[in-house]
Design a protein around this ligand. Sequence first.
Ligand code: PHE
Ligand code: ZN
Ligand code: ZN
Ligand code: ZN
Length: 290
Amino acid sequence: VAVVIYNNVPGQGLFSGTVGTIKKEQVATLGVTYEQGTKWAQALKEGASFNATAWVDSYVKNARTLNIIAQTTAGDPENVVMLGAHSDSVTAGPGINDDGSGSISLLEVATALTNYTVNNQVRFAWWAAEEEGLLGSDYYVSQLTPEENSKIRVFMDYDMMASPNFAYQVYDANNEVNPPGSGELKQLYIDYYNSQGVNHTLIPFDGRSDYDGFIKNGIPGGGVATGAEVIKTPEEAELFGGIAGIPYDPCYHELCDDTNNVNYTAWILNTKLIAHSVATYAASFEGFPE
Ligand code: PHE
Ligand code: ZN
Ligand code: ZN
Ligand code: ZN
């Protein structure tokens, strides 16, 4: 996957220091080429004004990055259970909760799985460049032949498993509008949280994580999360504990998303949930729509 990476380190790169009145913020203009970035840099040095809403504040270059995909050798390859977490972070910080947490959960479950047999093949993905616009997962789905696409019976997204001020959030999948099976997956998560005696809330598919390419291409999908920049409400503090009036993850996309920025209660419970989801569908897709 070829992607454009914005090196956002202050003091490094073409735009640093001398951007004048231009707003210094991380640009979201994927598709800007190095040549274009260089042109902007030149113009800025000459004091030209530009009619644009976002500006690169440092060096732009092309980079290559890779999805990591691993699957069981055993199990029916015609019926694949797939799950993913993203291995990249934003440049602003180390991304330990987002999404080191999900990445480690998947490693843990993959390791544990070596002690079990599976009836259906299980495929793990550690996506690249999620933060640059879901590039790794979208590319992966775009490269599937119709036949390979139809073999993936479900995709489960695990992005942000351990937010410090967590909520247990389940994507509100619906078989009427999402690929059939998405609703069954949602119910599996709800049943699991109920079985553990914890509350949950439902969140919409807003296209902000790697399930997006799957459900848009007919593959049943869903996932759970523990919350990003949104402020926890008093009602949610009743349901989950934690602190109302501050974000689920106060260090979301910041430098402080480090190894202190994880809640172990949420992380462990969600890792067990992930294990349960894998165990369920690796054993059987009975009752799950074709
Ligand atoms: N996927 C987002 C990110 O990596 C986090 C997120 C997930 C935000 C789901 C909202 C809903 O930054
Ligand atoms: Zn993120
Ligand atoms: Zn994320
Ligand atoms: Zn179980």
